[in-house]
Design a protein around this ligand. Structure first.
Ligand code: PHE
Length: 452
């Protein structure tokens, strides 16, 4: 075991900012709108919110508890809390998930950098949705530029992770998050006041349950896990840096609340504009990259807005990518006793190698498919719907059935006592409701609807 001193978050606000920084990212702004679009809108949103409350928050609390109780990384924590058992395999799955997620996430993060660049050059001016769509297509199907931006983004991530917890991660998040929220609200106001916006709002908020399939339910669960950063140990790792006087229930509720608010606002930003600007088939990963520039054009000061907005999306992505890389780095640093610097470099370089394949799968490698999906699509699909979903399942099973009620409640009570009744309810969800729900959704989706 490593005997290096451990870094800590400075206090309550620091933790919330860092955890919310991990949660709020491309998952909210980029992934949520197009996944919601593809899965029918209102009904999807309703189930999504239900999963955040009923499953997301309990899993998040479990991760914080596991991390803080063990004071260890995503894999080491299971070894410490359940020595001599195979539970550490959950941690191993989390490390693999970090590779899978960061590989395609860094592709999209790179795109946000290109869009800052285009915004500065006035590249959206006077363009129709069709033109913006075809611009997006020709940029992403190239090789040199998207790969370059991806590498630059990975370098930024690595530099912050090398900087360590308080100096790097915390500082970056606590300033940018509030600013992002304000700008998103401003864009929402523009979007809903466009003529023809109501149809989009209706799509987002009117539930049509007849459109719902098992697969859509799994996608909602996967999206909730992805957006909350649960199921792979990112929050176990951050949990290990949380001080004992921080209340874990309140922190989980605040983080999940902020994350869900941001996701819904992103929907309010995109769908009304989509119906107003009359663009039917801008679905998929290009959705926000086409819709947002179109909205900016109809805003006063849109030029500046576009620049600041894409900068903030990149920052939101950055505060998420550092939490993913941190999972790998904390693991390597503690289990192999190497320096933070070395661990960061090894992690980042190997992830980037896989990441480049994801980026090229929009162009050069677009015909290279596995199960009918490009490498990007496969990583994207696997991360949320397989790794994080099963990760969340095993984590609640671990907390409910192995860590045990007494340990769990004891840890939860440090930094803020919860009532015995509430404790009983939480335990009941973690032990029975969450595992059964996740398990049956996964089985239903894979065996009834088929894998893809
Ligand atoms: N939650 C992040 C987002 O929504 C992505 C993420 C997933 C980060 C898993 C860490 C772990 O963008």
């Amino acid at each position: 075991m490593a005997i290096q001193p451990r870094d800590n978050f400075s206090g309550k606000f620091g933790v919330i900012a860092a955890a919310a920084g991990s949660a709020v990212g491309l998952g909210n702004i980029w992934r949520f709108p197009y996944i919601t679009g593809e899965n029918g809108g209102g009904a999807f949103l309703l189930i999504y919110v239900f999963f955040v409350i009923a499953i997301g928050v309990p899993v998040m609390m479990s991760e914080f508890v596991i991390g803080r109780r063990s004071g260890s990384n995503a894999l080491g924590s299971f070894r410490k809390l359940a020595p001599g058992t195979p539970w550490w395999l959950i941690g191993l799955m989390g490390i693999v998930a970090a590779f899978v997620i960061l590989s395609f996430y860094s592709t999209v993060s790179g795109w946000t950098l290109e869009y800052i660049f285009q915004a500065i050059n006035g590249g959206f001016a006077g363009k129709s949705m069709e033109q913006l769509n075809s611009d997006f297509g020709s940029f992403t199907s190239g090789s040199f530029r998207p790969v370059l931006w991806q590498i630059i983004f990975m370098i930024m991530t690595t530099v912050i992770v090398i900087g360590g917890i308080q100096k790097g991660i915390e500082k970056a998040t606590r300033i940018m998050m509030p600013v992002l929220l304000i700008l998103i609200i401003a864009v929402c106001v523009r979007s809903v006041t466009l003529p023809g916006a109501t149809e989009g709002l209706r799509f987002l908020f009117e539930p049509h349950f007849e459109k719902l399939t098992f697969k859509a339910v799994l996608m909602a669960l996967g999206q909730a896990a992805f957006s909350l950063s649960i199921g792979m140990g990112a929050l176990i790792t951050y949990g290990s840096y949380i001080r004992k006087d921080t209340p874990l229930l309140a922190t989980s509720l605040q983080v999940a609340g902020a994350d869900t608010l941001l996701a819904i606002l992103s929907g309010v930003m995109i769908f009304p504009a989509l119906s107003a600007l009359g663009m039917g088939n801008t679905g998929g990963p290009g959705l926000v990259f086409v819709t947002l520039p179109a909205i900016f054009q109809s805003m006063p000061g849109g030029y500046i807005f576009a620049i600041v907005f894409f900068i903030l999306i990149s920052v939101a992505a950055l505060t998420s990518t550092i939490s993913v890389l941190e999972v790998v780095v904390a693991y390597m640093k503690e289990e192999f006793n190497i320096s933070r610097f070395k661990a960061s470099l090894i992690g980042a370089v190997s992830i980037t190698a896989l990441g480049v394949v994801c980026t090229l799968s929009f162009g050069l490698l677009k015909d290279f498919t596995i199960f009918g999906m490009t490498v990007f699509d496969l990583m994207n699909y696997l991360s949320a719907n397989v790794f994080l979903t099963f990760g969340a399942l095993f984590i609640v099973i671990f907390t409910g059935w192995k860590l045990g009620k007494l340990n769990f409640i004891d840890e939860l009570n440090q930094g803020g006592k919860i009532s015995p009744l509430l404790a009983r309810i939480i335990i009941f969800i973690i032990k029975y409701v969450a595992p059964l729900a996740i398990g049956s959704i996964a089985i239903g989706a894979f065996f009834i609807d088929g894998l893809t």
